[in-house]
Design a protein around this ligand. Structure first.
Ligand code: ZN
Length: 701
């Protein structure tokens, strides 16, 4: 007997039978699909409220409905990120509020919360596997942190705080953006431009010509506070006053020195007060404590100790960096007193005098296919996979599609690479999941990932050439991709990166970056090496590699202390700072920042610097009491990598045995157990900071 052939749904966003049907998705598909899936999710929620509190009857049907919603919306968001067109943007913005409203609703659904508690308390809970128990515990934790447990009298206040915080965060970012956009300077005297690179000058000239606020003049060069304009001036302009002018304008953005309506000072005070109040409603002393609940770090005190320890170790190197810079500026540049607006300029000059090679030289050795082959060779060697190019419907002709198979030829996962910058793609580089690994009936659904970058496309008939920084970015995103693709977990809520603590998520990505500094990987001595000169095919010469390595840790002491300064300020302002008793708005926050700088900084900015008014990570974004995560995860990734370094003398850096353990204990388990446990299982001990210090050249001689 033959089964009837199932016709695929006409709306491609409602087809979950395989890979996304990118060639067919149109903006007009979005609203009907999202409406249908939201209705399905709401029906699943309503059924779950009445279901028996078991995994099969209660959790699973919700997971099915949410997976479909997540996958369809994931495709829409992905297209919004990489192929933004006015009709698609409209469809995206029309549906975004519906989606966020649904998740908020779900987070405060008391009947679901009660049902999860019943499940946790039932004998069935102990019968669940570790991954499912963790998924249930995470769900309970998230309900608690969204205020589901508060008594009825406190709930409205908690909700009002969350709403106001969302608005304040958006306003903080808008003020910063508006203040950034409003400032510019037009230089008409050509002699002031000495030192600034030609491409920056060209852009500045075009900007002056297009400036509609100066209808009578098209002369001059216009500079702004946007990074591609601002930073080259600070780095290269010989005119010290010009540097000082731009620096001051940037360092006082959105502060009391500018337009009152863009001043972020009162907003910072309000955000701190509200986060503290919300934390106390939930029964915690501070927002820092709340922020750490779903993270790997245990307490604000532990984070502070971690940061201070790092500062102590970096300090001698930072002092040496600063002393060298000051001496160089005095002797070679005639700058007797190094100011904040001289630092980038003097550093660039010192770097150029010490290491005589340019990014341009290096780039010639990384044509796209060579770099990709190099990446795949690393992945294939350490994880015993084979990666081959394959075919799938995509959203752009430059997108490529790949599959990874294990030693037995079984499909492990698939991924898209979309590497070139385009004006329809948002900036930066990121990994996203298209399909997550999970059990579906008798079979396993294999995972699919997107790797998105903004590298330079091919020019002049040559293949695309990647800078070493771009290659590092490629490895970084591939690390996130591997976390998603190499999971063995069968429950979506904790498979791949799902459910992994925020301060551990960057472990696999930063781990992969290390391979970009290995002679065995770059040197090309073996077939499939990662470098081949675009014209001659020659591998990277050892001499150039040695220069690269020598330049790697230039001023790393200063860079480390800067990150510690930001992270320490973030943790302290959310841990023990009480805006109610800290005096007039702004002064208390400034005093705290000054204190942090006295403790850790070796180069202190001028008193009018208002860095905090532009610290969007912690006031406008998701990093409040979480900025330390960057360094925290780097300790883990460097220490994990050192297990591979230990194999150098015997089996080599690409050792498959160590790779297998890394895969088994870290990548495969995803969020199914605490990251600290996974790390201990891989390394056989607690994380140590030594490898990070060594990689940054900060081991005392
Ligand atoms: Zn990352």
């Amino acid at each position: 007997m033959e089964h009837p052939v199932q016709k695929p749904p006409p709306n491609p966003l409602l087809d979950f039978s395989g890979l996304p049907r990118f060639a067919e998705i149109l903006p007009e598909h979005v609203s009907p699909a999202i409406d249908a899936l939201l209705a399905r999710a709401r029906a699943a929620t309503a059924a779950a409220e009445k279901a028996a509190p078991t995994w099969e009857d209660f959790v699973l049907p919700q997971e099915d409905a949410h997976e479909e919603l997540g996958r369809a919306w994931g495709q829409v968001s992905h297209l919004h990120g990489v192929m933004d067109t006015p009709p698609l943007r409209e469809a995206y913005n029309e549906n975004l509020p519906k989606i966020s409203q649904y998740w908020t609703e779900l987070g405060q659904n008391l009947r679901l919360f009660a049902k999860y508690r019943e499940l946790k308390a039932s004998p069935a809970f102990a019968q669940l596997g570790g991954a499912r128990r963790r998924a249930v515990e995470n769900a309970l934790r998230d309900f608690q942190l969204s205020g589901a447990e508060l008594d009825a009298a406190k709930k409205p206040r908690f909700a009002a705080i969350q709403e106001e915080l969302a608005k304040l965060g958006a306003k903080f970012s808008e003020n910063l953006l508006d203040a950034t956009k409003a400032w510019s300077i037009v230089v008409e005297d050509e002699s002031r431009l000495a030192g600034i690179p030609a491409d920056v000058l060209l852009a500045a000239k075009e900007a002056a010509e297009k400036d509609e606020t100066r209808p009578d003049s098209k002369r001059g060069w216009k500079f702004t506070l946007h990074m591609p304009s601002y930073f080259p001036v600070l780095q290269y302009a010989e005119d010290r006053d010009l540097r000082a002018t731009l620096y001051r304008a940037s360092a006082t953005r959105a502060s009391e020195f500018g337009r009152p309506e863009w001043d972020n000072t009162p907003i910072i005070g309000r955000i701190l007060a509200l986060r503290r109040e919300a934390a106390q409603l939930l029964g915690y002393a501070s927002h820092a404590e709340v922020s750490l609940v779903p993270k790997m770090a245990q307490s604000p005190a532990q984070v502070l100790e971690f940061l201070r320890d790092l500062a102590r170790r970096a300090r001698p190197f930072a002092e040496k960096d600063a002393a060298e810079l000051r001496a160089f500026a005095r002797a070679e540049l005639g700058i007797d007193e190094l100011q904040s607006w001289d630092v980038a300029y003097a550093s660039e000059k010192l770097r150029a005098s010490r290491y005589s090679f340019s990014d341009q030289d290096l780039k010639q050795y990384f044509p796209e296919d060579t770099a990709l082959t190099g990446l795949f060779r690393v992945v294939e060697s350490i994880f015993e996979l084979s990666i081959t190019e394959s075919k799938a419907a995509t959203w752009h002709e430059n997108v490529r599609f790949w599959e990874a198979r294990d030693r037995n030829g079984r499909l492990v996962g698939q991924f898209y690479t979309d590497l070139y910058a385009r004006d329809t793609k948002r900036g930066g580089a990121w990994m996203d999941d298209a399909i997550g690994r999970r059990r579906k009936g008798a079979g396993i659904q294999t995972p699919v990932a997107y790797l998105n970058c903004n590298f330079s496309p091919p020019v002049g008939g040559k293949p695309a050439l990647f800078s070493h920084d771009e290659v590092i970015t490629l490895f970084h995103e591939a690390g996130h991709g591997l976390h998603h693709l190499l999971t063995r977990v069968e429950d979506l809520a904790v498979s791949g990166m799902n459910g992994v603590e925020w301060d551990a998520v960057e472990l696999p990505s930063q781990f992969m970056e290390n391979f970009c500094w290995e002679w065995d990987v770059l040197g090309g001595a073996k077939p499939g090496g990662m470098t081949a000169h675009v014209d001659t095919g020659a591998p990277l010469p050892r001499e150039l590699f040695d220069k690269m390595i020598a330049a790697k840790n230039f001023q790393s002491g200063l860079a480390t202390l800067r990150q510690v300064e930001f992270a320490l300020f973030d943790m302290r302002v959310y841990a023990d700072f009480d805006p109610a008793t800290a005096g007039p708005a702004g002064a208390g926050v400034q005093a705290l920042l000054d204190e942090v700088r006295r403790e850790v900084a070796v180069m202190v900015p001028p008193a009018w610097n208002r860095f905090q008014n532009g610290f969007g990570h912690i006031f406008g974004g998701g990093y409040a009491a979480g900025y330390y995560s960057y360094k925290w995860a780097e300790v883990l990734s460097a220490d994990a990598y050192s297990a591979f370094e230990e194999m150098r003398g015997s089996k080599g850096i690409l050792d498959a045995g160590t790779g297998q353990r890394f895969r088994d204990e870290i990548l495969a388990v995803g969020g199914s157990r605490p990251a600290a446990e996974s790390f201990r299982a891989f390394r056989g001990r607690e994380p140590r900071v030594d490898a990070l210090l060594r990689h940054n050249g900060m081991i005392p001689a």
